[in-house]
Design a protein around this ligand. Structure first.
Ligand code: ATP
Length: 241
């Protein structure tokens, strides 16, 4: 499973979404993928490195969560080789990604890397997404092509109604054509490795990063909306003031 987001900052809504998806869909791992420069929404308030750090702090103790920083760092040009010298391994130096990230590029890259690692095993990718983000899917770059690379697991989110009437005609068509029952996915009835839309229910938490940022701006407490480690990091670095 892959959970992409701005994580500006990460909160319990994101973490419960990842955890519930892991459990409901019987996933092997969940990759949290903080975006550097999103294409389909405003630029995040806090820099990519701090957002990445907060996701790492929030997920560190979970053995089946992986944080992937490939939308934030890339190998420096002309320096992509790993080399060995004096019994030491030198990894390619990396630089901050400055261009806009497109999910279609990331999913192709991740799919390629995962296949290389687990080449002998069947592997399908599931993009985990909240209802609000799914309703805007048709604004994403090459959005229909995404169905060639992953399934979509769509979680209900408080205040967002996943009704057909809330979807554009094109998104609604995809929804009707691809809708798949969670049970059929879980029990292995689905043989396709991509292209299905699987709604699932998650623990309902009415928490948003927007609300956390507003609370911080107004000197209100954000404790217990995000893990203690993230709360401390925000305080220590005076973020979102
Ligand atoms: P913002 O308020 O800045 O728009 P956000 O809290 O919605 O941010 P994002 O990083 O934009 O967080 O979201 C990443 C993914 O997590 C999206 O798919 C979004 O739908 C989902 N998500 C965020 N918060 C929740 C929540 N409380 N419950 C379920 N899904 C959530």
């Amino acid at each position: 499973g892959i959970l992409g987001g701005t994580f500006d900052p990460v909160h319990f809504g994101h973490l419960r979404l990842a955890e519930d998806a892991y459990e409901a869909l019987n996933l092997t791992k969940v990759i949290l993928l903080p975006v550097g420069h999103p294409a389909h929404r405003k630029n995040p308030v806090v820099d990519a490195e701090s957002r990445l750090k907060m996701v790492q702090l929030a997920t560190g103790s979970n053995p089946y969560f992986i944080v992937d920083d490939s939308e934030i760092y890339q190998p420096q040009k002309n320096n992509t080789d790993i080399f060995h010298h004096n019994n030491k391994v030198f990894l390619p130096t990396r630089e901050i990604v400055k261009h806009t990230n497109y999910t279609i590029d990331s999913i192709k890259l991740l799919g390629h890397r995962i296949k290389e690692k687990y080449s002998k095993h069947f592997c399908s990718l599931v993009w985990i997404i909240g209802a609000d983000a799914f309703l805007n899917l048709d604004t994403w770059h090459d959005w229909k092509e995404l169905f060639n690379y992953c399934h979509f697991a769509v979680a209900m989110r408080p205040n967002y109604d996943l009704a057909l009437t809330k979807m554009s005609t094109e998104l609604g068509q995809q929804w009707c054509h691809r809708l798949t029952h969670l049970q059929d996915f879980k029990t292995g009835k689905i043989k396709e490795t991509s292209g299905k839309i699987i709604p699932f229910t998650m623990t309902q938490l009415d928490i948003s990063a927007t609300n956390i940022r507003e609370r911080l701006k107004n000197n209100l407490s954000i404790r217990y909306l995000t893990p203690e480690s993230v709360y401390i990091y925000i305080n220590n670095n005076g973020l979102y003031k």
